[in-house]
Design a binder for this molecule. Sequence first.
Ligand code: FE2
Length: 276
Amino acid sequence: MRILFLGDIVGKAGRLAVKQFLPKLREDLRLDAVFANAENIAGGIGITGETLDELFASGVDFATSGNHVWRHKEICSRLEKDRRILRPANYPEGAPGRGHTVFTLKDGRRIAVLNILGNTYMEPLPCPFRTALAWAELPELDEVPVRIVDFHAEATSEKKTLGWALDGKASAVLGTHTHVQTADAQILPHGTAYLTDLGMCGVELSSLGMDFDIVLERFLTKIPAAFKPAKGDISLNGAYLDINEATGRAREIRIIREHCPAWKMEKDAGPRDDED
Ligand code: FE2
């Protein structure tokens, strides 16, 4: 099974990157499914129903999220009723929506997906390791060999260790949240594809998708100021996976990087407005 998983899509620039690059990638890579971390699709932080609809209309089949998922309250009801989007699994009991599911493709093939949040340098939620290991043992997954994990976490040590812990129990463990693609795509000894961070979709010449000037001012003065999504050339980052559907073991993991200069984007799609 051929899967593309896109890293954090940041604001309108990120949504444009998906529209710009995904149709050709889908064709060239003969993709069966496209996943994306969507926690920052609306204005660079959070998710709205409208931006999520736009993402699905652009060809993304399934979305994961992270710590910013709660920013726009309207998403809570969507998390409850739309099985194509997850919030991290290790939020306390009673949180809206679900942290894992089995996603069914149009042709009936199934993919188990887990979205989980790290603890190190992040909010101290229930243990991601225990949550992920318990998920891997769920009886409902017995007949679902293809299993993908989005580990939304800050620390590389935590991400790498969860990859190791799930080796042979998941088809892929992919990191998100730090927005910088890492160069460690590999298949672990028991067949799990691993990458510490998928990178981001949006304006890469920025501070994680946000305008440099505001972020620099915050570092210099320590005075809070609202972030603003950056403008400029647009990139798409993610990973391509080929998974043996019978065993769930990964055959291949490869990083994907696409880039389009802003002038070309405007020539093709018209000038970008300020709305995000
Ligand atoms: Fe995040």
